[in-house]
Ligand binder design. Structure first.
Ligand code: CA
Length: 227
């Protein structure tokens, strides 16, 4: 059964999350500080992390950065009290996978947890693990972008977006299809989920993210990858 580490300092919210996740059959470990949370992740194999941004000792962005720098590749869903796009992109750049903005519906969070764990399960016989985009190499298995000797970690959803775009390189892939196949949810009217991940991916893959040459916008449809 999947083990989830919840890093959240609000006791009420943490208790609610634990009760509901345990009810769904997950094993839950809870830390109220960044230090406790990091220790819990290191202590036992962890399948997913729910990570609050405002923590008493360090912020969630730093926790996320440290987890990815430490080689952890599990999905990380950030619990955010802020809704600015800037923060979202920053978290994605540091290797977070998804955001839920407080106050969130427990049902929506559980759906995202299920989807993340389902997608994170090892996929036997998955296609090419590496491909080149311009001067950079995307390593899907290790979830990194290599440029010379520099490696930049990719978040779980970023990796899945690249996998889908690469499988159909040169062809436009719709936002709705990406959302449905990767997140397991339908496209909402003002859904920026995919677009936020694309902004972060361009910063990791494009020589000039403002003038993308590889991850192109297919007007009103979605995105396409030109390798
Ligand atoms: Ca907090």
């Amino acid at each position: 059964m999947a083990r989830i580490v919840v890093i959240e300092d609000e006791p009420e919210l943490a208790r609610g999350l634990r009760d509901n996740l345990e009810f769904e059959g997950y094993t839950v470990a809870h830390g109220a500080t960044a230090a406790d949370g990091l220790q819990l992740v290191a202590a036992e194999p962890t399948d997913l992390v729910l990570l609050d941004i405002m923590l008493p000792d360090q912020d969630g962005f730093e926790v996320c950065r440290r987890l990815r720098a430490g080689g952890y590749r599990m999905p990380i869903i950030m619990l955010s009290a802020r809704s600015q796009e800037l923060d979202k992109v920053r978290g994605l750049e540091l290797g977070a996978d998804d955001y839920v903005t407080k106050p969130f519906s427990l049902r929506e969070l559980l759906a995202r947890v299920h989807a993340a764990l389902r997608r994170a399960a090892p996929k036997p016989g998955a296609g090419a693990a590496e491909f080149r985009v311009g001067e950079r190499v995307v390593d899907l298995a290790r979830q990194v972008v290599r440029h010379g000797r520099t490696e930049t970690p990719l978040g779980y959803y970023e990796t899945e977006i690249l996998r889908m775009l690469f499988e159909r390189a040169g062809e436009a892939v719709g936002r709705a299809e990406l959302l449905e196949r990767i997140w397991g949810v339908g496209l909402g009217p003002a859904d920026r989920t995919v677009d936020n991940h694309i902004v972060s991916l361009r910063r990791k893959l494009e020589p000039d993210p403002k003038r993308p040459r590889h991850i192109l916008t297919a007007h009103a449809v979605g995105y396409k990858l030109v390798v």
